[in-house]
Design a protein around this ligand. Structure first.
Ligand code: VGL
Ligand code: ZN
Length: 196
């Protein structure tokens, strides 16, 4: 068991828990809906300590470069303003959640919540040094968000129980977890959280 403290310089980053990424959506992550009740428990812990909660969302224009119509790998998903781009209805985001929209440029893919969003500066202004990251998908946006957090000098805690992967190729999620840990991330589950 790893024990990781919910210190006063911690923030939670909930990655892309949107209708299109759960079963029934346009680009479903297998069992993606399972992260919702677990993330709600993490959210409760952070809100209880008055710590910031950030929710990223994939927020594509209808002609985004990642869509098959433009030669990209994905079916259209998370198009700005559509039902599929809305947060999962059972995700209990606090009223003062910081929403970060990403991959809004039609001509650029952006898997990381830090890419082109100003998130690193925003976190620094809040005095954050440690980010806890969970959501969808482990092998894409969670991975790139965790790796960028480390690159920007934050401590990154990967929430294993609150993340699920696409696994386009079998083993992608397991490889992504190894890559994040090799880069310096600490992988935990809810039991490891020291709320204090
Ligand atoms: C994602 C594929 C395409 C993600 C976003 O949120 O992990 N994956 N766009
Ligand atoms: Zn996308």
């Amino acid at each position: 068991m790893v024990r990781v403290g919910l210190t006063s310089w911690s923030a939670l980053i909930v990655v892309d828990v949107q209708n299109d990424f759960v079963p029934g959506g346009a680009l479903p992550v297998p069992n993606g809906h399972e992260v919702v009740p677990i993330l709600n428990r993490y959210i409760e812990a952070f809100v209880g300590k008055g710590l910031p909660v950030i929710a990223t969302r994939d927020w594509h224009p209808p002609n985004h470069i990642s869509f098959k119509s433009r030669g990209g790998p994905w079916p259209p998903h998370c198009v700005q303003g559509t039902w599929g781009a809305e947060f999962h209805p059972e995700l209990k985001l606090p009223k003062d959640v910081i929403i970060v929209s990403k991959a809004t440029d039609p001509d650029r893919e952006a898997y990381s919540g830090f890419e082109g969003t100003g998130l690193a500066e925003r976190l620094r202004e809040l005095g954050v040094k440690r980010v806890f990251v969970g959501g969808l998908a482990t092998d894409y946006c969670v991975k790139h968000t965790v790796l960028d957090a480390l690159k920007y000098g934050f401590e990154a805690i990967l929430l294993l129980d609150a993340s699920r992967g696409v696994d386009v190729n079998p083993g992608d999620s397991a490889r992504a977890i190894r890559e994040m840990v090799a880069a310096g991330a600490i992988a935990i589950t809810l039991d490891d959280l020291l709320v204090g």
